[in-house]
Design a protein around this ligand. Structure first.
Ligand code: NAP
Ligand code: G4F
Length: 326
């Protein structure tokens, strides 16, 4: 019998970490998740998995904890999902964002270099790196032009991954993922803010929904589909970078229209534009070209935009319904 492969996931408590842990357990892996020390241990997204995964303590800010952890766990694959991932926070905390989201990648890579260069590494890169887009649709070769400290940090994370691959012959890949969402998405991100708002308005718990730029366009997919692409990248014969996207783009306004319609509401009656949610520099349009992923990884997204919105609205209504009857 083949020995079980071990995967170490940084950021296991996040949206993607929870879906990736489910996928790797289904694939027969021993799954180890790194969490950072906090005074309260709320791991809502992985509560249903706690009996099947191992949780270890570490922090992307601390090199020695990362090296010791990799040495103790001896994973065959490392998925580096941990980051300060909310774009607006990267303007209010630019240095911390750089420490987590940029230098954090080097810390993980260097820990692997010191312990065992045969460990495979996945870096969670982002379509935010394309920023003020230089080409449409965006593909693996499209030049980067980041528009936020977060985007700049992710560009660093991308290139340090490429550099460790080329310097130390490591199996290190950068997955350039476009926006992916789910009912587990943080409520500060626009899709979940909208579906949570729709549910509250439908249940009489809220009257209005204040949003920023309704004209921004994103290529939105379902997180459950995207974590499969991460895994597939590490199962290939050689390390390469991939764009993961649906190839379709929609405005925030369109997301609103469909999400409110899913609860038989007209968004124009409830959505108000609020300058507080505008950004100092915006990414106006993202649309990815996932043809390399389709050709090499045989990856295609399974959930449509409409299905994604529908499942998110239904989940938020089900979650909030008990509050409405109090
Ligand atoms: P998320 O829900 O915000 O999760 C981020 C994770 O990082 C959380 O588990 C968080 O732990 C952890 N973390 C933050 N700082 C840390 C530190 N110093 N040490 C250890 N852990 C730390 O993000 P996500 O949506 O799952 O995204 C996963 C990754 O993909 C991120 O790197 C993100 O930037 C990138 N990405 C996301 C998308 C998307 O559309 N979702 C697209 C492209 C790229 P706590 O629970 O302790 O906060
Ligand atoms: O949902 P968002 O906050 O996601 P954003 O900035 O695209 O970043 C997400 O996707 C990236 C991949 O491209 C990830 F790397 C990153 O970690 C994160 O997961 O905003 C989407 C769009 C923006 O154009 C924003 O200006 O929605 C617009 N928007 C309009 N009103 C709003 C709001 N965004 C938020 N968060 N809140 C609003 O009220």
């Amino acid at each position: 019998m083949l020995a079980k492969k071990t995967a170490l996931i940084t950021g296991i408590t996040g949206q993607d970490g929870s879906y990736l842990a489910e996928l790797l357990l289904d694939e027969g892996y021993r799954v180890v998740g790194m969490t950072r020390r906090t005074s309260t241990e709320v791991h809502e997204r992985i509560e249903h998995l706690v009996d099947r995964i191992e949780i270890v303590s570490g922090d992307l800010l601390d090199q020695s904890s990362m090296t010791k952890l990799i040495d103790d766990v001896r994973p065959s694959e490392v998925y580096n999902l941990a980051a300060q991932s909310f774009v607006p926070t990267s303007w209010s905390q630019p240095v911390l964002t750089g420490e987590f989201t940029a230098l954090g990648v080097t810390r993980v890579l260097d820990a692997i270099r010191q312990v065992d260069t045969n460990i495979k590494f996945y870096q969670a890169s982002s379509s935010e790196m394309f920023g003020k887009v230089q080409e449409t649709p965006q593909r693996e070769e499209t030049p980067f032009y980041p528009r936020s400290p977060y985007g700049v940090a992710k560009v660093y994370g991308h290139w340090i991954t490429v550099n460790y691959r080329e310097s130390y012959d490591m199996f290190a890949v950068s997955g350039i993922l476009f926006n992916h969402e789910s009912e587990r998405r943080g409520k500060e991100f626009v899709t979940r803010k909208i579906t949570d708002g729709v549910a509250r308005i439908a249940l009489g718990l809220q009257k209005q929904l204040a949003l920023g730029n309704l004209d921004a366009k994103r290529d939105w997919g379902f997180a459950g589909d995207y974590v499969r692409a991460m895994w597939l990248m590490l199962q290939q014969a050689g390390p390469e970078d991939y764009v993961i996207a649906t190839g379709r783009t929609h405005t925030v306004r369109e997301f609103c229209r469909l999400a409110f319609a899913a609860a038989d509401l007209d968004y124009e009656r409830y959505v108000v534009e609020d300058a507080r949610f505008m950004r100092p520099a915006e990414v106006d349009l993202l649309i990815g070209d996932p043809s390399k992923a389709a050709r090499v990884l045989k990856w295609v997204p399974e959930t449509t935009f409409e299905q994604l919105i529908d499942r998110m609205v239904r989940a938020d209504i089900a979650r909030l319904r008990p509050l409405a009857s109090v």
